[in-house]
Design a protein around this ligand. Sequence first.
Ligand code: F6P
Length: 343
Amino acid sequence: MTRIGILTSGGDCPGLNAVIRGAVLKGRTVYDQEFVGFLDGWRGLVEGDAIPLDRSKVRGLSHQGGTILGTSRFGPYQGPDGGAQNIARTLERMGVDAVIAIGGEGTAAASKRLFEEGIRIVGVPKTIDNDLGRTDYTFGFDTAVEIATEAIDRLRTTGNSHKRCMVLEVMGREAGWIALHSGTAGGAHAILIPEQPESIEQICEWVTSVRDRGRAPMVVVAEGFTLPDMAEAYSDKGRDEFDRPRLGGIADVLAPMIEERTGIQTRATILGYIQRGGVPTAFDRVLATRLGMAVTDLVADEEWGHMVALHGTDIVRVGFDEALANHKRVPKDRYEEMRIIFG
Ligand code: F6P
């Protein structure tokens, strides 16, 4: 019998519960593994705060958003009880043999370090932003795109009725996948992403040409997009230190600029946490369940330092180091392919 501790870390994401369910049901059935769930991400691991996870606890979970374990941005090296040595002692005291960490880039980086310092740990990639390397899709992304696409459809009716330009801001700090996919699905007239620079003059040109055809312009912008002169401000201060709440979202910056330069009444909407909440799509439930089931094989095979990932339609094994060395950003040609039909 192997006793495994599962934790969910970083921002919540539709599909987390389906991963937990998949792991517990398969682990119990195939490998006779036993599970506990650490509460609130790494905090639960560092403080030894866990609940038992058995079949009855995970039944009926696949459609539920959020995470039954809770999550946080707390790191495993934080606080007096943090660090690999302390964690190893805590795991031993609790009789936990291995850890499954479900999370994004930050979680993978922390897991890699813990693995290098002797912790028996494996991972499941998670992010609505879809920006983790060496996995084709992460669960939560499809749900976020679906919600953002519906938002575009709804905003269009207001835009058309009032003859306004609508600017929708979606998540994506480093990568513009949600903006690219939802903007494409929703027929946006301009899609702005962190990876590709666009000037305010170009954006206004697209907006004006849509208005000139008698249509209401729709602009979809990822939260990490910056105009060239703003990029300078970011690089001066360092992106993470930049006071985003005081600045407001990028949509709030762009909308008045567009209105002032084009004379078209422009409104901003920031979708925010709506795109991370609620039930996962069927695609995300299936992906999350498969990943959860597959991660129990990693534990059974003692492939520490690896995570499960989607390649095509297959679930494969990828080292944390490999995933972290390959940030998944929107490539120029993927953006250019859509840019042809902007405006
Ligand atoms: O999961 C990443 C993400 O969706 C980013 O796009 C966004 O900046 C971030 O989460 C915000 O999450 P929180 O406010 O919970 O830190």
